[in-house]
Design a protein around this ligand. Structure first.
Ligand SMILES: CCCCCCCC/C=C\CCCCCCCCCCCCC/C=C/C(=O)SCCNC(=O)CCNC(=O)[C@H](O)C(C)(C)COP(=O)(O)OP(=O)(O)OC[C@H]1O[C@@H](n2cnc3c(N)ncnc32)[C@H](O)[C@@H]1OP(=O)(O)O
Ligand SMILES: Cc1cc2nc3c(=O)[nH]c(=O)nc-3n(C[C@H](O)[C@H](O)[C@H](O)COP(=O)(O)OP(=O)(O)OC[C@H]3O[C@@H](n4cnc5c(N)ncnc54)[C@H](O)[C@@H]3O)c2cc1C
Length: 667
């Protein structure tokens, strides 16, 4: 079958690129070694039929889940047989590309034991977990409480007569609800419960509770456990067994309480360590930092599909050019698509920085230096919130950018969205997390005269200057200066934070007043996070990006910053730092950036190096042969298994032949 569009268009697109594609691929992978591992693992997964993603959206839940178990088991076997390193294993998981119980085992159960277990406890549990002789999940959220961790109701009551904790779910709302891997796969749960000794409630602590037999996988006595049900979308997050769990006075040994932060002695004495209790939230900080780079990956997948398709798709034309125009030529398409492309690059840069931030705080914590913990918490919480919200919306925007075909599962976009959108809720609801950032900003501002803010909050030390000086841009190209841009984001954020802080300071300090101001607090937290994103993208650019890609990265960086400035023009204007005319000048500069991106757009998404197997999209294929594959794909639809549809005899034929409604019809 002939395809009149695809192949030629993408070849022509690629020929226009003005940068070193290979260098960009290596940059985006995080280095040469990472690039090589990534390429090797992508091929390994694509060439192994067990990992096929074909038909995922058509499978019934039971089959989907069983297939996911098969893939996870096969992945683990492959890792062991090939002796893959941890980095290779992680990449393999990445390309298998479906949420499954191993994510929670490796991503939360193990990190929580590392962070909260004593050395002795780590020696006991980690070897079992590393060889997957036990499978663990992270059972924090309950039916009644998720965000409010202090409100959890599950109890762990110490019984000194037997040296055990009695795990109990006293109410319906205390049922553990949501933990991934809990529903069907886990043998153990890391349970967050209220510790009670001698009738005294010491608040939330972590316990390792065996929940299924290691012999036959049946639930242990007095444990009720299962899957919570089908979730949003076909495929998507339904490969995961999010579960429920109830305990009816289940006894576990005293040693199963993770005791690095607090201890219960044999005689029932509760002893707190001098470490901050927030270390109990460490597993969440770990996952939140990783979510930023994941956001870049998910967004880059959607953008790859939308950019390639926009270069293939033609609609209308104009009298100046022969034939129809590629839809990527339309300014409106560019103004919706290119900022998302730039955002995917921005999140990659910031994700790299987050890794180093996390490594730094872990080193400090090991040396009992807790000084940067509040800032790291604010960064991870805030950036998790912003990047997941923007990415989820961005995937949906890319679907719309692909017109009608974007709505087909064959585009890969509906499933991508369904798999991604819960990221706005898990690991902390995005609004709750922004409120955490706002509290951090308020605290920083309240101490600014005594304690000089550091790290991402350092600019608040210049609050006086940022509150009084206004933007000096008078011509479009004045904006092409990273210091000018940075100052604009700093001034806007500082002014928004100061305004709400001042309003609160003038009040009585009541919780009601705080609540009244939460919309402004959330806006100021968002402004602070947008500043971090812009500043870290700029910082990455300035620290040794290879010559062959620097110019393109600069263009993407300006595109990102200008689009943020324009999307939030209301806030910038309201602070009084910029004028309407300055915003208009930035708009013009943004259009110039679009012109610079346009010839490079396809190569810029090629640089993400997503294989066709990983993208799983007829629209985003590397060869651009969209229409042939959409057409061929229709023949895989189960409704087309027979030429005459099942149900014809019972339901269609009577309608067609008996003329059931005719006697009553007035037509
Ligand atoms: C395919 C097969 C492959 C097989 C291959 C196998 C091998 C391969 C190898 C590996 C593969 C796997 C790799 C894994 C990848 C990893 C991916 C992981 C996937 C994740 C999937 C996600 C699943 C989802 C999980 C969850 O959702 S878990 C539950 C999350 N819950 C929340 O986030 C709850 C949100 N609520 C809170 O965080 C808190 O309750 C609160 C809102 C912060 C309020 O807490 P509270 O105690 O009431 O505090 P406050 O009084 O407000 O604040 C006190 C104080 O503490 C500070 N604070 C708060 N939080 C923190 C923190 N986290 N850190 C530090 N500090 C914190 C806060 O600022 C206050 O400070 P001040 O007192 O100074 O003001
Ligand atoms: C796919 C998925 C996987 C998950 N995996 C796990 C897991 O493995 N382990 C685990 O323990 N949990 C898991 N969770 C649970 C998840 O962490 C919680 O759902 C999340 O923390 C949000 O809590 P919530 O459901 O209680 O939302 P709620 O807090 O009830 O939020 C409902 C609404 O109320 C608003 N709201 C709540 N409190 C406030 C406030 N103080 N101020 C302003 N607005 C407020 C929120 O912004 C939101 O709009 C998972 C959830 C999902 C969807």
């Amino acid at each position: 079958m002939q395809d009149g569009n695809g192949l030629d268009h993408l070849a022509g697109e690629r020929a226009m690129a003005q940068f070193d594609l290979q260098a960009m691929k290596v940059y985006l992978a995080g280095g040469q070694r990472e690039y090589e591992i990534s390429t090797k693992m992508a091929q390994l997964v694509a060439n192994d039929p067990v990992f096929s993603k074909e038909d995922r959206v058509r499978l019934a839940r039971k089959d989907l889940y069983k297939n996911s178990l098969r893939k996870a088991g096969h992945a683990w076997k492959t890792i062991l047989e090939k002796g893959l390193s941890e980095v290779e294993g992680l990449k393999l998981r990445h390309f298998v590309d479906e949420p499954t119980y191993t994510d929670l085992h490796w991503g939360m159960f193990i990190p929580a034991i590392k962070g909260q277990g004593t050395e002795e406890q780590q020696h006991k549990w980690l070897p079992l977990a590393y060889k997957m002789a036990i499978i663990g999940c992270y059972a924090q959220t309950e039916l009644g409480h998720g965000s409010n961790v202090q409100g959890l109701e599950t109890t762990a009551t110490f019984d000194p007569t037997t040296d055990e904790f009695i795990m109990h779910s006293p109410t319906v709302t205390s049922t553990k609800w949501w933990p991934g891997g809990l529903g069907k796969a886990s043998t153990h749960a890391l349970v967050y419960a209220r510790l009670i000794t001698d009738k005294k409630d010491h608040g939330i602590h972590a316990f390792i509770a065996p929940i299924r037999s290691l012999e036959d996988h049946t639930p242990l006595p007095n444990v009720t456990v299962g899957d919570i049900g089908v979730k949003f979308g076909n495929g998507g997050y339904n490969t995961m067994d999010n579960g429920f769990l109830r305990f009816d006075h289940v006894r576990i040994p005293r040693e199963n309480m993770l005791m690095r932060l607090a201890t219960v002695t044999k005689d029932g004495k509760y002893v707190r360590s001098n470490k901050p209790r927030q270390l109990g939230y460490g597993a969440m900080v770990f996952v939140r930092q990783g979510i930023v780079i994941d956001a870049s990956i998910y967004l880059s997948r959607a953008v790859t599909i939308a950019v390639r398709y926009s270069a293939v798709r033609r609609q209308f034309g104009n009298k100046d050019e022969p034939g129809e125009l590629q839809v990527i030529q339309y300014r409106t398409q560019q103004s919706r698509l290119f900022p998302l492309l730039a955002t995917a690059y921005a999140y990659r840069a910031v994700g790299f920085w987050m890794k180093s931030l996390y490594a730094d705080v872990m080193k400090r914590l090991n040396d009992n230096d807790f000084s940067t913990l509040p800032e790291v918490h604010a960064c991870t919480a805030g950036l998790k919130s912003i990047t997941t919200s923007v990415t989820a919306d961005g995937i949906e925007e890319c679907r719309k950018l692909c017109g009608g075909h974007g709505f087909l599962c064959a585009s890969g976009l509906p499933e991508l969205y369904a798999a991604y959108v819960p990221a706005c809720t898990y690991e902390g609801d995005n609004t709750i997390l922004l409120l955490q950032v706002a509290r951090f900003l308020l605290k920083t501002l309240s101490q600014v005269s005594k304690v000089r803010p550091v790290g991402t909050a350092a600019y608040l030390g210049n609050i006086k200057q940022l509150s009084t000086q206004n933007c000096k841009v008078s011509q479009g190209h004045d904006w092409l200066n990273t210091s000018v841009l940075l100052e604009a984001f700093e001034a806007r954020s500082a002014r928004q934070a100061a305004a709400v802080a001042l309003r609160l300071a003038k009040g009585s300090g009541s919780e009601a007043e705080f609540q009244e101001n939460t919309p402004e607090l959330v806006e100021s937290a968002r402004a602070h996070c947008q500043l971090i994103l812009v500043s870290k993208f700029i910082e990455q650019l300035q620290t040794g990006t290879p010559e062959g890609i620097r110019k393109q990265l600069e263009v993407l960086c300006y595109t990102y910053a200008f689009s943020q400035l324009i999307d939030n023009a209301g806030d910038f204007l309201a602070t009084g730092y910029v004028t309407g005319n300055q915003i208009a000048l930035a708009k013009e500069e943004l259009k110039h950036m679009f012109d610079k991106i346009r010839p490079n757009a396809v190569a810029l998404v090629d640089a993400f190096d997503h294989t066709d197997d990983y993208l799983g999209s007829a629209l985003g294929r590397y060869d651009g042969d969209v229409y042939t594959h959409l057409y061929k794909g229709a023949f895989k639809e189960s409704l087309n298994d027979t030429v005459v549809v099942d149900g014809y005899e019972e339901y269609l034929k009577p309608v067609l032949t008996q003329n059931l409604w005719a006697p009553h019809s007035k037509l």
